[in-house]
Design a protein around this ligand. Structure first.
Ligand code: NDP
Length: 252
């Protein structure tokens, strides 16, 4: 039910953080994982790590804000691996500022990287998935898909948009046996949140206090949900937004 042998997965931003945690899970379940990001030194290290764990990986460079680069990523995956079964739209950034201090260029950079990228990658993946008669798309939202934060206006808008994009894609493509779901991570210890802890006073302790599990998440916490949503175990699950947050979003 959770076997991903012979499946091919693209994980955008798979060279670190949550993307790497998901890539490890997928590779561990048998999938060949395309690590798709900009920094090729980090991507090569991630591929070596997947191989050390007994999995299969390869790195393909992509800038997810660039339509041509995204289309080339999918073409190159099909050329080199022969198929595409799973897409994880994980690449993301944040620029932490109050709304009144945001420039239009900053706003667009966050929306392009976090939201438009998921549309571009999903659109590119649709034809090969439809032709294969099945597909799995996993979009990465956030607690800010549900809650707002004064220091993250563009990020919150992009992550709210991810949930609605997920619902729209799942409605459109259910007939093609393509399931599209979102994962909403709580506070996970990664480079992104190490920066957040430096920039937002008191964040570390607030997260500990606010999270019923009493700890920050680790990238390993993201492996199982990736396997579930990529495997036949979730064939009747689509359009869902699933928190993986140690209870953060269910505490009043
Ligand atoms: P990291 O900063 O560790 O990883 C971000 C990844 O995105 C990197 O692999 C980076 O690779 C890639 N990336 C960024 N911009 C681009 C681009 N233009 N093209 C291709 N790849 C890009 O962050 P996290 O692992 O924490 O975050 C991953 C996702 O999870 C994001 O969408 C984030 O919003 C979300 N998230 C994180 C949470 C957390 O607590 N950590 C909580 C909720 C959601 P490279 O620089 O090599 O391109």
């Amino acid at each position: 039910m959770f076997d991903l042998k012979d499946r091919v997965a693209i994980v955008t931003g798979g060279n670190g953080g949550i993307g790497l945690g998901m890539a490890r899970g997928l590779a561990g379940a048998g999938a060949r994982v395309v690590v798709a990001a900009r920094n090729q030194t980090k991507s090569a290290a991630a591929v070596r790590e997947l191989e050390k764990l007994g999995g299969q990986g390869l790195a393909i460079a992509v800038d997810v804000v660039d339509e041509a680069s995204v289309d080339a990523l999918v073409r190159s995956t099909l050329d080199r691996c022969g198929r595409l079964d799973i897409l994880v739209n994980n690449a993301g950034i944040n620029i932490r500022k109050q709304p009144q201090d945001y420039t239009l260029a900053e706003w667009r950079r966050v929306l392009d990287t976090n939201l438009t990228s998921a549309f571009l990658c999903s659109r590119a993946a649709y034809a090969p998935m439809k032709a294969a008669g099945r597909g799995k798309i996993i979009n990465i939202g956030s607690m800010m898909s549900i809650f707002g934060a004064s220091f993250a206006p563009a990020y919150s808008a992009s992550k709210g948009g991810i949930v609605q994009l997920t619902r729209a894609l799942s409605s459109a493509w259910a007939k093609d046996n393509i399931q599209v779901n979102a994962v909403l991570p709580g506070w996970i210890d990664t480079e992104l949140t190490q920066n957040a802890r430096r920039e937002v006073n008191g964040l570390h302790d607030n997260v500990l206090r606010r999270t019923p599990a009493g700890r920050w998440g680790t990238i390993e916490d993201m492996s199982g949900i990736a396997v579930f949503l990529a495997s036949p175990a979730s064939d009747f699950v689509t359009g869902a937004a699933i928190p993986v947050d140690g209870g953060y979003s269910s505490q009043g």
